[in-house]
Design a protein around this ligand. Structure first.
Ligand code: FMN
Length: 186
C-alpha cells in the first residue's frame, strides 16, 4: 500500500492531549497543507485563525459551555455541566477555518482545507480532532463578540475547526466502515 493511502487509513481523532505546544515548523507544515486543498475556481476562500493563547482558549471554551448550557439539547447540557468540560479536550492549539460567504463554495473550500490539515497533522505525529461546536459561535451574542475579538474577517463564517497537539493516548482503532455505501454503475 502506498504511503499516502496508509496515512489516510491511519488518521484517527484524538481526544486527549499533552500540554506541550506543537512546534512552529509543524504548525506551518499543516497550515500549508490546508492552503493546498482544492477550492472552487481557485478562490481559496479560507482564512485560518490559530489560537494557542491559554486565556483565549479558555474563553472560547467558556463561551461554548454557556451556549451548550442554554442549548435545550440534553446531551450538550449534560456535557457542559461537568467541571472538567473542555470542548477541545485541552489541546494546546485550535485552528478555526472561516470562509468568505460571498465566495462560490466557501464551506467546501474550508472543509477540504481542514481535511488536509487533519491528515497532514497525523503524518507528522500531531494528534487532531474536528471540533464542531466552534461553528456555532455565531449563534450567540457572546460568540459573535468573541468572533470579532479573534479577528475572524468580517463577512466570513466559521465552517471548520480542529484541536491539535501531541496525543496523550494511543490512537484508537478505526470504527468499522458502513457497508453498502457504494454503488458502481458500469
Ligand atoms: C463534521 C464533523 C464534526 C465533528 N465534530 C466532532 C466534535 O465536535 N467532537 C469530537 O470529539 N469529534 C468530532 N468529530 C470527529 C468524529 O467523531 C470522528 O471523525 C469519527 O468518530 C470517526 O473517527 P476517526 O476520525 O477516528 O476516523 C467530527 C467530525 C466531523 C467530520
Amino acid at each position: 500500500m502506498n504511503e499516502t493511502i496508509k496515512s489516510i487509513l491511519n488518521r484517527r481523532s484524538i481526544r486527549a492531549y499533552k500540554q506541550e505546544q506543537i512546534k512552529d515548523e509543524e504548525l506551518q507544515i499543516i497550515l500549508n497543507a490546508g492552503m493546498y486543498a482544492p477550492s472552487a475556481m481557485n478562490q481559496q476562500s479560507w482564512h485560518f485563525t490559530v489560537v494557542q493563547n491559554k486565556e483565549t482558549l479558555q474563553k472560547i471554551n467558556q463561551t461554548v459551555k454557556s451556549y451548550f448550557l442554554k442549548s435545550g439539547n440534553q446531551r450538550f447540557e449534560e456535557m457542559a455541566k461537568s467541571e472538567k468540560f473542555n470542548v477541545f479536550y485541552n489541546a494546546p492549539t485550535l485552528i478555526i477555518v472561516s470562509g468568505d460567504e460571498k465566495a462560490i463554495a466557501p464551506q467546501c473550500d474550508c472543509v477540504l482545507a481542514m481535511g488536509n490539515i487533519l491528515l497532514a497533522a497525523s503524518t507528522i505525529g500531531i494528534g487532531s480532532c474536528w471540533i464542531h461546536a466552534i461553528t456555532q459561535l455565531s449563534n450567540s451574542e457572546e460568540g459573535k463578540s468573541l468572533i470579532s475579538e479573534l479577528g475572524i474577517p468580517m463577512g466570513n463564517k466559521i465552517f471548520a475547526s480542529g484541536a491539535f497537539g501531541y496525543a496523550a493516548v494511543a490512537a484508537p482503532t478505526a470504527a468499522p466502515r458502513k457497508e453498502n455505501s457504494v454503488n458502481i454503475i458500469r
